[in-house]
Ligand binder design. Structure first.
Ligand SMILES: *[C@@H]1O[C@H](CO)[C@@H](O)[C@H](O)[C@H]1NC(C)=O
Ligand SMILES: *[C@@H]1O[C@H](CO)[C@@H](O)[C@H](O)[C@H]1NC(C)=O
Ligand SMILES: *[C@@H]1O[C@H](CO)[C@@H](O)[C@H](O)[C@H]1NC(C)=O
Ligand SMILES: *[C@@H]1O[C@H](CO)[C@@H](O)[C@H](O)[C@H]1NC(C)=O
Ligand SMILES: *[C@@H]1O[C@H](CO)[C@@H](O)[C@H](O)[C@H]1NC(C)=O
Ligand SMILES: *[C@@H]1O[C@H](CO)[C@@H](O)[C@H](O)[C@H]1NC(C)=O
Length: 465
């Protein structure tokens, strides 16, 4: 009796203590030099897949930006140097029998309800959630219990439901991952060494925003990164350069940190001397005002509930009225355009374009990352009326396999036509996904932020003397 009770108790403790875990191990062997172990306990599950943001791999010789159906899709066990993942618009289509979802967990024979999966993974960030008794990822919902977030690795978010995937980062191992075809080293997004000296703080902040419908009436939120330097005691108040960094359609202000490790990228940009200590604000453009999205509330990851993307012009007006003044009032940030930047990905890239043409004098630097810019674009008359458009520090960045590639090219053509200079980054392994956006932020920091204006063909190049 006592033994049975003890066993039950131990079983209970084990379930409580190890309901889920993700372990990243350096192995010293191929194919990648690292393995990741997933453990998840669910006694009622019949099948568990690892879904969310973990994609199959491909290589540049078997990938196009268009015909995803015919792209190579490799299981991580089949990894070869130069491979990378692209986001797949049709994950695990039932109509494609040849395509096997690679991340299937195995039920343990020894331990009740324990599911495990081990994969060799290369350098990069991975986001995931467990798909329980649900075979088609796009249909697995958090509401019905078919999508379970790892309880031991909770996402960076404000309120539950704001994010639907946890994330982890695998380091680069040159012995197994170095490739003469492509550099796929993402270690600039790993934790910086010596956290006491280099680690900034990242947190969510609620601010007053009349009309907001999330997370509370008239309260909206953003995430903020404060560099390590910000907390150092000093006699004289310092005003830090300020970067606003927007998410895209279907996202929110926690995305850049949860899915893109923005704070680590900033720590490393600052630590390596590419930029001075800089504050980053990642705002949310949904739920600012129900009227901007047909009266509906945007709930992250609620796939049965589609909400229109609020018009960029209205988002700009709202930010100008409520967000920008609030940030200036509450943080030691700079007070002029020369040390302010706005950047964003996808629909956030379109918002950046809106800021560029209509909040021109508030920012001197603009980063249009994988911009969903459809046009119409500014013409010569608009530039003649506002000559400062030609004096800004601009980057247009996009992935080689990014579905917005044509839109970003059209934007560049339009800027060329009116004589506006910009810096370009085409991410060579890039689809419309987080590894691309990390790469774009990294190069934005290295080549654009706080560089001398106006840009010339020497901007971002090393000075040789
Ligand atoms: C996914 O959901 C859609 C819409 O509810 C449904 O029509 C479709 O059959 C589902 N697909 C699978 C494979 O379950
Ligand atoms: C186990 O799976 C079910 C769905 O079958 C889900 O409702 C439940 O929340 C899961 N339990 C845990 C501990 O993840
Ligand atoms: C923001 O407000 C919401 C709603 O009141 C609350 O649940 C959440 O904890 C707050 N977040 C922070 C960081 O204060
Ligand atoms: C998701 O959206 C559907 C359709 O609008 C709605 O019925 C459901 O309540 C939503 N789920 C949550 C958690 O709000
Ligand atoms: C802008 O603000 C920064 C930081 O306070 C300051 O160093 C710089 O001189 C200011 N520039 C102008 C043009 O006012
Ligand atoms: C924004 O700028 C564009 C280009 O100059 C102009 O056509 C448009 O009228 C502006 N919108 C507003 C609301 O000022």
């Amino acid at each position: 009796m006592a033994a049975r009770l003890l066993k039950a108790l131990v079983g209970l403790l084990m379930t409580v203590e190890s309901s889920a875990s993700v372990t990243i191990r350096k192995t010293g062997r191929g194919p990648t030099g690292y393995e990741v172990d997933f453990r998840y306990v669910n006694t009622t599950a019949k099948r568990v897949l690892i879904g969310g943001g973990i994609q199959p791999f491909t290589d540049q010789f078997h990938t196009t930006g268009t015909e995803y159906r015919f792209n190579g899709r490799y299981d991580p066990h089949d990894y070869q140097p130069g491979d990378f993942y692209v986001s797949n618009p049709s994950p695990q289509l039932p109509a494609e029998p040849a395509y096997k979802w690679p991340y299937e967990m195995k039920r343990s024979d020894d331990e009740d309800g324990l599911w495990t999966y081990t994969a060799p993974l290369p350098s990069g960030i991975y986001s995931f959630a467990y798909l329980v008794n649900c075979n088609y990822a796009p249909n697995c919902s958090i509401d019905t219990g078919h999508l379970v977030i790892d309880p031991d690795l909770p996402p960076f978010m404000n309120v539950p439901g704001d994010q639907v995937a946890s994330s982890f980062q695998v380091p680069f191992d040159a012995e197994f991952q170095a490739s003469s075809e492509l550099n796929t080293n993402f270690d600039y997004a790993l934790d910086a060494p010596d956290p006491e000296r280099h680690r900034g703080e990242v947190k969510i902040v609620n601010y007053t925003s009349p009309g907001s419908i999330h997370p509370a009436p008239d309260v909206h939120d953003f995430a903020i990164y404060l560099p390590a330097d910000y907390r150092r005691p000093r006699c004289k108040k310092r005003e830090y350069p300020l970067l606003y960094l927007s998410h895209g359609a279907g996202g929110n202000g926690a995305d850049w940190e949860n899915l893109g490790r923005m704070s680590h990228i900033m720590d490393n940009l600052i630590r390596l001397g590419h930029i001075p200590p800089t504050v980053v604000v990642t705002p949310s453009f949904y739920n600012l005002d129900a009227s901007l999205q047909d009266g509906r509330r945007f709930i992250y990851g609620n796939k049965s509930h589609s909400v229109p993307v609020p018009a960029a012009q209205r988002v700009r007006e709202n930010f100008e009225k409520h967000l920008f003044p609030w940030v200036e009032e509450h943080y030691d940030v700079c007070r002029n355009a020369s040390c302010r930047a706005f950047a964003g990905l996808s629909m956030g890239g379109l918002l950046t374009y809106e800021m560029f043409v209509n909040a021109t004098d508030y920012f001197d630097y603009y980063g249009m990352f994988s911009p969903a810019t459809l046009g119409p674009f500014i013409d010569a008359a608009a530039v003649a009326a506002k000559p400062s458009l030609k004096e800004k520090g601009i980057m247009v960045a996009y992935g080689l396999y990014d579905f917005v590639f044509p839109m970003a090219r059209n934007l560049q053509t339009a800027l060329d036509a009116v004589g506006i200079r910009y810096i370009t980054r085409v991410t060579p392994f890039g689809s419309h996904y987080w590894n691309t956006w990390q790469d774009e932020l990294w190069w934005f920091g290295r080549k654009v932020l706080w560089k001398e204006l106006p840009f010339t063909v020497r901007t971002g190049r090393q000075n040789r003397s």
